[in-house]
Design a binder for this molecule. Structure first.
Ligand SMILES: Nc1ncnc2c1ncn2[C@@H]1O[C@H](COP(=O)(O)OP(=O)(O)O)[C@@H](O)[C@H]1O
Ligand SMILES: CC(=O)N[C@@H](CCC(=O)OP(=O)(O)O)C(=O)O
Length: 264
């Protein structure tokens, strides 16, 4: 039987809230099984870019990343946010170790090619991009890898890669050896029928449901790439995938159901 591995992704809103982040990391540190944390931080990068007067543009949930923006996101994701999370976990006696995809050649990417749009330094990844041998070794040593949204091509380029995609692809790659449960933790209770009504959680979402919800105009902005990545994971042998509220992590781990389950 395969050993259980949690791959947990956190994003912008949580990272911006020091108290909420500390509470979340306390719940994360209590998980007894093997675990990996993947974080974004898009909101903080946008705030810093605004302060520096560097205009930001998102297309299909991806940030157009020119050289100046790449410098910002590298500092923000692989620098400040990553080290802050690692230190908070160390405080909880959780032996976290922070990485970008360039460290140990852990995640290799290819520049995103698009016929009309130049995304700049945006990297696309597949499950072959993940150095799963090294990731396995790290978790066997009882280290807790913490991944930022920075990848590389081993040809001198760093890339900005959507953190939801990194979590999905990491989960797919690690599913060959582990029974992976992928958890997208965010600021809503799950996928909501009505985004303004926290009681309207949809308990399970399939690809068909996704298409219908999209057509009905019930999904906007960040939830779209999140669901695409979540569906990509469940279709590629990841055992379980959920979208849950950040504050529900402990409840989910103990009771095995909070938020929305992504189903085949
Ligand atoms: N139907 C929906 N259910 C839940 N969230 C939704 C829905 N439609 C739009 N959203 C938005 O998607 C957001 C989550 O995406 P995003 O902000 O990118 O998260 P993160 O930064 O954590 O990756 C929610 O905060 C919410 O505003
Ligand atoms: C290419 C691309 O768009 N990368 C994302 C990476 C950060 C991210 O995914 O942050 P959240 O999870 O907080 O949204 C960005 O720069 O916004």
């Amino acid at each position: 039987m395969k050993e259980k591995l949690y791959i947990i992704k956190i994003g912008g809103a949580l990272i911006d809230d020091e108290e909420l982040l500390t509470q979340f990391l306390e719940q994360f540190s209590e998980i007894q099984e093997k675990k990996i944390l993947v974080h974004g931080g898009g909101k903080l990068a946008t705030t810093l870019a605004d302060k520096l007067g560097i205009e930001q543009k998102m297309i299909n949930g991806r940030r157009i990343t020119d050289k100046e923006t790449l410098d910002i996101v590298t500092m923000v994701y692989a620098g400040g946010i990553n080290k802050n999370i690692v230190e908070k976990l160390q405080q909880k006696k959780c032996n976290a170790i922070g990485f970008s995809g360039a460290d140990g050649n852990l995640i290799k990417a290819k520049k995103r090619e698009h016929p009309e749009i130049d995304f700049g330094f945006v990297g696309d990844i597949t499950k072959k991009s993940v150095n799963r041998k090294l990731v396995s070794k790290l978790i066997k040593l009882d280290l807790i890898p913490v991944f930022s949204a920075i990848t590389h091509d081993r040809k001198g380029n760093l890339f900005n890669t959507n953190a939801d995609t990194i979590a999905s692809v990491m989960a797919q790659a690690m599913s060959e050896k582990y029974e992976v449960e992928l958890l997208y933790c965010f600021d809503k209770e799950g996928v909501l029928e009505d985004v303004d009504d926290p009681e309207s959680v949809i308990r399970s979402v399939t690809e068909e449901d996704f298409t219908v919800l999209k057509e009905e105009g019930k999904l906007h902005k960040g939830i779209l790439p999140k669901l695409e990545n979540a569906l990509g994971a469940i279709k590629n042998n990841v055992e379980k995938v959920f979208l849950i509220k950040e504050t529900e992590l402990k409840n989910h781990i103990e009771n095995h159901h909070a938020g929305t389950e992504i189903c085949l």
